[in-house]
Write a protein that binds this ligand. Structure first.
Ligand SMILES: [Zn+2]
Length: 285
């Protein structure tokens, strides 16, 4: 089953869909994850962006997360969302959206927040990555990094900018910012600690990727990229497309944290190309 949820209708749909899975307090938290009065716009332009959120699969509360992402990011700039929540709750699916080779037509940015580790079909995976390679920027969250994990081809991992196949236990992880001057990290606190979340073990950072923040494994003390950017599909004739990623985003509590939602908003607007790059050597204000 495919669900296309248009955001103006979403708050109505939510109640029908979530009566059994969310308490009224949870719904209230999602519909208003941040107080509008506390929010300073990240994207101040008037042009309305069109965002596509693709979500579904194993192990996470994707309805809740989807609402937190879409309604939360809307508070930071002029963007409207279409949400495709599809593929059930298992670890393997091929969703209808990607039957269309131009599946992202008309969208300025695509957010991947899905979890299908056992989907391995190379043609299917390349219908996704080729659309991004052609110039559609993206934000990738948490289990997107373990999606297509069992695939033999590396196309999805090259798109992500990281290779990860496992994670450490749930804990509250300190996040150390390594590139505070990057426009997507503007306003991100220097001392943020995650709500209970999973630390993904990044076994490879691809050469096109740049780490923006790290966390340390409580098991072996190794430092892992947890926020990064990637430039995907560059050729000698053209630059690559922007990808912004974070491996955090396991628990609902992470999606209730305004720091995390603001980070995702910064990533979305940076990927879409509407944030100014900081001039070289400029001090953060
Ligand atoms: Zn998870």
């Amino acid at each position: 089953m495919i669900e296309h949820l248009s955001l103006p209708l979403m708050s109505l749909v939510v109640f029908g869909l979530t009566a059994s899975s969310l308490s009224s307090q949870e719904i209230a938290n999602v519909v208003a994850p941040v107080e509008p009065a506390d929010v300073e716009l990240i994207y101040k332009g008037e042009k309305k962006l069109r965002g596509l959120l693709i979500t579904g699969g194993c192990c996470h509360n994707y309805l809740f997360q989807g609402l937190a992402i879409t309604s939360g990011i809307e508070a930071y700039g002029n963007i409207e969302w279409e949400v495709v929540r599809d593929g059930g709750t298992g670890t393997s699916a091929e969703i209808e959206l990607y039957d269309d080779p131009n599946w992202a037509k008309g969208f300025d940015v695509v957010v991947h927040n899905e979890c299908f580790a056992r989907t391995t079909n190379p043609e299917y995976i390349r219908r996704i990555t080729e659309v991004h390679r052609s110039g559609v920027p993206s934000v990738v969250i948490h289990c997107a990094m373990h999606t297509y994990r069992d695939a033999e081809i590396d196309d999805w991992r090259q798109f992500l900018g990281v290779t990860s196949k496992r994670h450490d236990h749930n804990s509250e992880y300190a996040v150390r910012v390594t590139k505070p001057a990057h426009p997507a990290m503007k306003g991100f606190p220097a001392n943020w600690v995650t709500p209970k979340d999973e630390l993904y073990i990044v076994e490879k950072l691809w050469p096109t990727a740049t780490t923006l923040a790290t966390s340390v494994s409580e098991k072996d003390g190794k430092e892992h990229s947890v926020i990064w950017v990637n430039e995907f599909g560059a050729t000698k004739d053209k630059p690559g497309v922007r990808v912004f990623g974070t491996t955090y985003g396991h628990s609902d509590d992470t999606f209730r944290d305004p720091v995390f939602i603001r980070l995702l908003a910064s990533g979305v607007f940076w990927a879409a190309g509407v944030l100014e790059e900081a001039p070289a050597g400029a001090k953060a204000p």
